[in-house]
Design a protein around this ligand. Structure first.
Ligand SMILES: Cc1ncc(COP(=O)(O)O)c(C=O)c1O
Length: 407
């Protein structure tokens, strides 16, 4: 059957099909390339690390103890209470676990359900650009209009790439049609953490335009210098903010797909209206395990971030020595590196060739731009450092051999 005919027009219109096929995500495409070339995969953001033992043991115990059938749609009480306690302890935010917390199937479902529940056709949704690629698809599914604010970039005195947000450009992007502003901090793909001044501008403009703030904070605990700033904790923000996070990155369990939302009851009710028809409920045995994880001592979270920071330094220092112009991320799993100094102006073409030529996979930054048009960032690649030290070291050796003749 032709999969791009009239029956599938809706999916095609939302940009979900390409040439009659489901458009593969760039991560799936590049992971397939890694396997085909036996290349080291610094593309997709999943860690080599094992989860903390407390978390893994709790999941095993939950399975053995019989937590294997549908849990409550809103999430098990132990996890909703742990999410509320975590938000209070880390950010000073008070939420009622019974009415203001919703457990979801990863941040992915949280974002989709939020956008589907709150965006009407024609409403504008504002994000930074580059952006996590799901945003554009979810906005399109809801019939929303995606508006973006480009990141700024310049070269520092030491030759590094420095990325930032132009607060005035962000303010100017709001309009009378803005329904949601989606704030991803720490940011994927750049590892940028939005400063207090930028977040204050978001709250100020959202209030002026009566828009809602949706956050994506999945890297909240993977910060290397300053602690994460939860947007909902800013003065005047909590009542209009839907905060989203998940367990995958914090606890190195990206395959478990447990996420959560905190927001005022009427917003949680509306989002539950969408969530219950997407998955109804989320991974029963993983929920108590993540509850145990969220209640771990803060020192455990700090140790996980410190360990990752060392691997960030290994990768960024190595890429800089090889000849890339690198950005040093403040948080997250990824660093952005500019291949232009190595004579490579087109990162998309380079990302296609690198697995075969160097045995290393990276993601072109264009994957995080509308229509793949990265503009000034066309020569930028995203490399993941959430991999083991030997993997990063070996990838750097391979890239060094590949780059040596180009310098
Ligand atoms: C910014 C961002 N948001 C959301 C997600 C998806 O999170 P989850 O795996 O919890 O669905 C990711 C995963 O890479 C991400 O980087």
């Amino acid at each position: 059957m032709n999969s791009s005919g009239p029956w599938t027009r809706a999916a095609a219109a939302a940009g979900l099909l390409v040439g009659g096929e489901a458009r593969p995500t760039v991560f799936a495409q590049m992971s397939a390339k890694a396997a085909a070339h036996d290349a080291l995969n610094l593309g997709q953001g999943y860690p080599d690390d094992a989860p903390p033992a407390v978390v893994a043991e709790a999941a095993v115990e939950a399975i053995r103890g019989g937590a294997n059938q549908y849990p409550p749609g809103a999430g098990v009480a132990a996890l909703r209470e742990a999410v509320a306690a975590h938000q209070a302890a880390w950010y000073g935010l008070d939420w009622d676990p019974a009415t203001e917390v919703l457990v979801t199937t990863g941040a992915t479902e949280a974002l989709a359900a939020t956008i589907l529940a709150l965006v009407e056709p024609g409403d504008e949704v504002l994000t930074l650009e580059p952006f996590y690629d799901q945003y554009a698809a979810a906005i399109a599914l809801a019939g929303g209009v995606h508006r973006t604010v480009p990141l700024t970039s310049h070269t520092s005195a030491d030759g590094d790439l420095v990325l930032g947000v132009d607060r005035e450009a962000l303010r100017a992007a709001f309009s009378a049609r803005t329904r949601l502003v989606l704030v991803n901090t720490p940011h994927n793909p750049t590892g940028l953490m939005l400063g207090a001044d930028v977040l204050e501008a978001v709250v100020d403009e959202a209030t002026r335009h009566d828009a809602l703030i949706v956050t994506d904070e999945v890297y909240e605990h993977l910060t290397f210098d300053a602690p994460h700033r939860a947007p909902a904790a800013l003065p005047g923000a909590q009542n209009r903010t839907i905060s989203i996070s998940s367990a995958g990155k914090t606890f190195a369990v990206t395959g478990w797909k447990i996420g959560w939302i905190t927001a005022r009851p009427e917003l949680i009710t509306a989002i539950t209206g969408a969530k219950q028809w997407l998955t109804y409920a989320s991974g029963a045995p993983f929920q108590p395990a993540i509850a145990a994880g969220l209640r771990m001592d803060p020192s455990v979270f700090h140790d996980l971030a410190a360990d990752l920071r060392a691997r960030r330094d290994l990768l960024t220092d190595g890429l800089r020595e090889i000849g890339f112009r690198v950005s040093v991320p403040e948080a997250g799993y990824f660093t952005v590196a500019d291949a232009a100094p190595l004579g490579e102006p087109d990162a998309r073409a380079l990302a296609e060739r690198l697995p075969g030529e160097a045995g290393v996979v990276a993601i072109p930054l264009s994957a995080f731009y509308r229509d793949g048009d990265a503009g000034d960032a066309a020569s930028h690649l995203r490399f993941a450092f959430c991999k083991s030290r030997p993997t990063i070291e070996q990838a750097l050796e391979r890239l060094e051999s590949w780059a040596a003749p180009r310098r």
